[in-house]
Design a protein. Structure first.
Ligand SMILES: *Cc1c(COP(=O)(O)O)cnc(C)c1O
Length: 390
């Protein structure tokens, strides 16, 4: 049986677009040379990397020599935090971030705290938003970095990046943003938004896995994270993932080009999905009602377990998630929902549906109908469900 798969987990990862894959393939075979070599099959690889660097720079309004390729969003986040922390510790050891960051940020901060840095985790409101006022109030003379994600991977809430960038600039503090979920969905302008460092990951916008970017504004004091050869202008050692870099460049260029049209399509579809699912009794939308990623629908259904919902959806060929993919093995409620004030007992009944390029109106209708039936069925089996709801 080859049942159709309805993939609604694009925030976890996307497939590599076939046009992107086509651009990558030669770099696995005939164009396999090392970009650091001087013969032609090496040199043409260097050119390919240069081209990708330009594509990324253009997509976020940076300069090409401010773009550094890494092995993914996690490495970029680690580099930004640890690199800035140790290069600026004489100025101070205080870092400001939020309670709803990806674990690549939160666990890097925990590690830095164990090395003597002080971390302030800003709270968020019930929509998952951090207040620029709170950012400003938490600044101290020894603050060296503010790191606030562009858009949240679980609930889709978009942070007030421009306002925070202005504050950081006013106080002369570096500003890093994890834009892994935002890229390809929201126009990013590192200059206009006063961003000092920004993380991207190829596999979240139809590029390959295992390749990412750290944008570092010219003149930023940052130490290297990976030591070795002279690649990436002596900032990030290791033979380049040429095929991955080529793929990331094309994927980001395409995502930015398609954004205006695709955003509208996604907004309409996720809007319908959200509206219909909220007709289910005792259901709540998580995240901001409109300042949110256009492809994200995150809903809590009371009296049911998210894991049970996912298993039944899976039997119907529907791929979704309960929050972040990293959490699916743990019974801890999502740190994001917890920070937003969602009670632990209820947070467990949350489902995240993130749609993408191949999602159709028909898929949306199927998911509405399957999910509505699933919730009804699960509630009828649960002793917790109030009688009047059955
Ligand atoms: C996926 C993700 C990451 C990690 O990126 P990888 O390339 O998978 O390491 C970091 N931050 C956010 C917000 C993400 O969604």
């Amino acid at each position: 049986m080859t049942e159709k798969i309805i993939y609604m987990d694009h925030a976890a990862t996307t497939y590599t677009d076939s046009a992107v894959l086509e651009k990558m393939i030669p770099y696995f075979s005939e164009k396999f040379g090392n970009p650091s070599s001087i013969y032609s099959i090496g040199a043409e690889n260097k050119d390919a990397i240069t081209k990708a660097r330009g594509q990324v720079a253009k997509a976020i309004n940076a300069e090409p020599d401010e773009i550094f390729f890494t092995n993914g969003g996690t490495e970029s986040d680690n580099w930004a935090l640890k690199g800035v922390a140790f290069a600026n510790e004489r100025k101070g050891k205080h870092i400001i971030t939020t309670a709803v960051e990806h674990h690549a940020i939160l666990h890097s901060c925990e590690w830095l705290a164990s090395k003597g840095f002080e971390i302030t985790y800003l709270p968020v409101d019930r929509y998952g938003r951090v207040s620029p006022n709170d950012v400003e109030k938490s600044i101290r003379p020894d603050t060296i970095l503010i790191s606030v994600m562009y858009a949240n991977n679980e609930v889709g809430t978009i942070q007030p990046i421009k306002e925070i960038g202005e504050i950081a600039k006013r106080y002369g503090i570096y500003f890093h943003t994890d834009a892994v979920q935002a890229a390809g969905h929201i126009p990013i302008d590192v200059k206009a938004e006063n961003i000092t460092l920004l993380s991207l990951s190829g596999h979240k916008f139809y590029g390959p896995k295992g390749v990412g970017v750290l944008y570092i504004k010219k003149g930023t004091r940052i130490q290297n994270l990976i030591h070795g050869g002279a690649q990436e202008n002596k900032r990030r050692a290791g033979t380049e993932n040429v095929a991955g870099i080529v793929g990331l460049g094309y994927a980001l260029e395409a995502a930015v080009k398609e954004m205006p049209k695709e955003s509208e399509r996604l907004r309409k579809m996720s809007g319908r999905l959200t509206e219909e699912l909220l007709k289910i009794p005792a259901s709540h939308l998580n995240g901001h009602p409109y300042d949110r990623l256009v492809n994200n629908t995150n809903i809590t259904f009371e009296y049911v377990e998210g894991e049970s919902i996912l298993l039944i959806l899976n039997m119907h060929g529907i791929c979704a998630s309960t929050g972040s993919a990293c959490n699916s093995a743990s019974l801890e409620p999502s740190h994001v929902l917890t920070a937003m004030g969602v009670p632990a007992g209820i947070a467990h009944g949350s489902v995240r549906l993130t749609i993408g390029k191949r999602t159709t109106d028909e898929d949306i209708e199927t998911v509405i109908s399957v999910l509505t039936d699933t919730i009804k069925k699960l509630r009828s089996m649960s002793p917790l469900t109030p009688k009047e709801m059955l």
